[in-house]
Design a protein around this ligand. Structure first.
Ligand code: HEC
Length: 322
């Protein structure tokens, strides 16, 4: 231990271990060190292990050294000394090349002959790392100017638009793989035949006992008419299925049993039942539901207002009787 090289060895050993752990431990998007606390233990063990190796190597070397004859020991020490001097030589060389500063001993060669209250100025060369960096910006600037100001490759606005379009596509892709992300705020009416038939399957397994296979209603209300107790439209229907009906009425919250995607599918299926004619329709309950987003005139053409009033009072009576 105790030499710079051994510290560097231990640290690089740890770095390699860190990278290997990140690559091999299954941890999704997060770092393995956040999801698997055991990895810290592993790193600790590896650190101890690396230090132990360094200590034993050092001990081994000193035993070997002591077993040498005096002349051999001297030769060894000399060899070590030159090796130490050459160590990191290439690194030092590169550093000196990049900075190109004069060593302190030669500074009087470049000192300028003015003197401000004892503060003197050295005429150093510009550090090459800086000069080359500057050349790179010039080259970059020329290429940039030709590409964007002469050939008008694309503008910032266009760049923004393509990126937004790409992001929208990515969101759509993501939604396809993550259907269960829907909730009452984001649910939309599904129209895919596959979704509707999946919804129908959910309905047949869970809902027919109370709503009948054709949605005509039994214990639960008729789902095929325009009248809704808890509101029509995909969002309200989804909410009713997810959160359940009013207390004590028998419609439970299905979010315990069904996945969000399944609730969206069955809600969409329920909407497709509206307007069909069931075998034994239950009398309407609730109110005619008007989509607040729909254009006004159409609604007035469909049902005269007095009629709505009548049926509403009718149906409230029915509910109370129940
Ligand atoms: C145990 C009987 C029962 C089962 C099973 C049942 N429901 Fe209901 N459902 C009801 C009752 C009762 C109501 C009325 C709730 C109220 O008045 O608050 C209702 C209301 C509804 C409503 C709202 C109707 C309106 O007029 O606002 C929808 C939509 C609905 N159910 C869909 C479903 C779906 C989908 C399933 C299957 C996942 C299902 N129900 C399963 C009994 C049931």
């Amino acid at each position: 231990m105790r030499s710079t090289a051994s510290y560097i060895r231990v640290i690089s050993f740890l770095l390699i271990a860190y990278i290997l752990i990140e690559l091999t431990v299954e941890s999704g998007e997060q770092s393995a060190f956040l999801t698997e606390p055991l990895t810290w233990l592993a790193m600790g063990m590896i650190l101890l292990f690396a230090i132990a190796i360094e200590i034993s190597l050092e001990a081994f070397r000193s035993i070997l050294f002591r077993s040498l004859k005096p002349e051999a020991q001297e030769r060894y020490l000399l060899a070590e000394k030159t090796r130490k001097e050459k160590q990191f030589q290439w690194f030092r060389n590169i550093y000196l090349k990049l900075v190109d500063s004069k060593p302190v001993e030669q500074e009087d060669e470049i000192i300028l002959d003015h003197n401000y209250d004892g503060i003197k100025e050295l005429d150093n060369n510009l550090p090459p790392w800086w000069v080359y960096g500057f050349y790179v910006t010039i080259v970059f600037g020329v290429i940039y100017m030709i590409r964007f100001h002469i050939y008008n490759d694309y503008t910032q606005a266009e760049e923004y638009e393509t990126e937004v379009a790409e992001a929208l596509i990515a969101i759509e892709e993501y939604k396809k793989t993550a259907k269960d992300l829907v909730d009452v705020n984001t649910v939309t009416l599904l129209t895919d035949a596959a979704d509707i038939s999946a919804g129908k399957a959910v309905f047949n397994t869970n809902c027919v006992a109370c709503h009948k296979a054709d949605g005509g209603g039994g214990i639960g209300p008729n789902l095929t008419d325009q009248y809704w107790i808890l509101g029509g439209g995909i969002k309200n229907v989804f909410r009713t299925i997810s959160e359940g009906g009013r207390d004590g009425k028998g419609m439970v919250a299905w979010k315990q049993t069904l996945k969000p995607a399944e609730m969206a599918q069955v809600a969409s299926y329920v909407i497709t039942l509206v307007g069909t004619t069931p075998a034994e329709p239950k009398e309407p309950q609730g109110e005619i539901w008007v989509d607040p987003d729909a254009p006004k005139e159409e609604l007035q053409n469909e049902v005269p207002t007095e009629e709505i009033q009548e049926t509403v009072s009718d149906s409230t009576a029915v509910v109370v009787n129940e």
